[in-house]
Design a binder for this molecule. Structure first.
Ligand SMILES: Nc1ncnc2c1ncn2[C@@H]1O[C@H](COP(=O)(O)OP(=O)(O)OP(=O)(O)O)[C@@H](O)[C@H]1O
Length: 273
């Protein structure tokens, strides 16, 4: 979180967008009251990459992804999706995006199968295609047994999976997934990783935010480390981590490790009970 309150940098310092990238963010800036959540983010997500976005709590990941997917209007800056200006031509740009937002409520008074059907029809697919893809996605997410359960009654992990399936039903070119593995069991997570890897192999682009460095290091081809509303490092995973693990590189760049001395009372309390 930046505590600057000044204006964004002048446009002259922002390089032109990469129109060949799957996503190209330039000079993104968002302030909530006195808080600057995103302070001039420039980022290119290469087409066909599996891109991880990592950063500490409150770094600005969700705010950046919300602006990059048309859910939150930036104060300043531009977003291009495969060369299309998202905020100037939202319908065209959004047609190629599949989004799993963090913390946005689904239409949870629908059953899982109804939600997927609804998502497919909203995306303009015909009924037969929607029916076929709904079955495929329920199977892939291991939700066939709960197809007729209301989404409001799903567990956190099941909700994540049905949200992910909804984001994929129109076979978008770019998938943007905020914390897709949070609360998902290890078998489902492995299945989802397989699906995403297959999708990237076939030319799709995936952007995921995650707190799990080891997962990002193993799963992603590219990574950006974001903190205080700024991009601190971005590139291939090998470039960003260098000789270190991604986790060590993250801690070096972001800092913030605390001594636990201030919690001495906690240890004395547990020793005496
Ligand atoms: N709607 C809002 N109103 C006010 N402040 C907000 C709002 N959304 C985000 N913020 C603030 O902006 C900053 C960045 O938040 P954001 O959710 O983008 O971080 P994040 O990197 O996704 O964090 P986490 O890893 O904890 O999910 C935080 O300080 C947060 O309090």
């Amino acid at each position: 979180m930046s505590d600057q309150t000044g204006p964004p940098p002048p446009a002259a310092t922002v390089p032109p967008p990469d129109l060949g990238a799957a996503l190209s963010l330039r000079g993104l800036w968002k302030r909530f009251g006195q808080k600057i959540a995103v302070a001039g983010v420039d980022l290119d997500v290469p087409t066909g990459s599996f891109f991880g976005l990592v950063g500490p709590n409150g770094a600005g990941k969700t705010t950046s992804l919300s602006m990059a997917t048309g859910l939150l209007r930036p104060d300043f800056g531009t977003v291009h999706v495969h060369g299309t200006d998202l905020w100037a031509r939202p319908e065209e740009a959004k047609a190629t995006l599949g989004v799993l937002p963090d913390g946005v409520r689904l239409f949870d008074r629908l059953t899982g199968a109804q939600l997927l059907t609804y998502a497919g029809l909203l995306r303009g697919l015909d009924r037969d295609t929607v029916a076929g893809r709904t079955e495929d996605l329920l199977r892939a997410m291991d939700l066939v047994g709960d197809r007729d359960t209301y989404v409001v009654d799903y567990s956190a992990g099941m909700t994540k999976k049905i949200g992910l399936a909804s984001a994929m039903i129109h076979a978008p070119g770019v998938l943007v997934l905020d914390e897709p593995f949070e609360a998902v069991d290890p078998v489902s997570a492995a299945n989802i990783r397989d699906i995403l890897h297959g999708y990237v192999r076939d030319g799709g682009t995936v952007v995921v935010s995650s707190h799990v460095m080891d997962l990002v290091q193993r799963m992603c081809s590219h990574v950006a480390i974001i903190a205080g509303g700024h991009v601190l490092a971005a590139g291939t995973v090998a470039q960003v981590r260098g000789e270190q693990s991604l986790e060590d590189r993250f801690v070096d760049l972001v800092g913030g490790r605390r001594e636990s001395e201030g919690l001495a009372w906690l240890r004395s309390s547990s020793a005496s009970s």
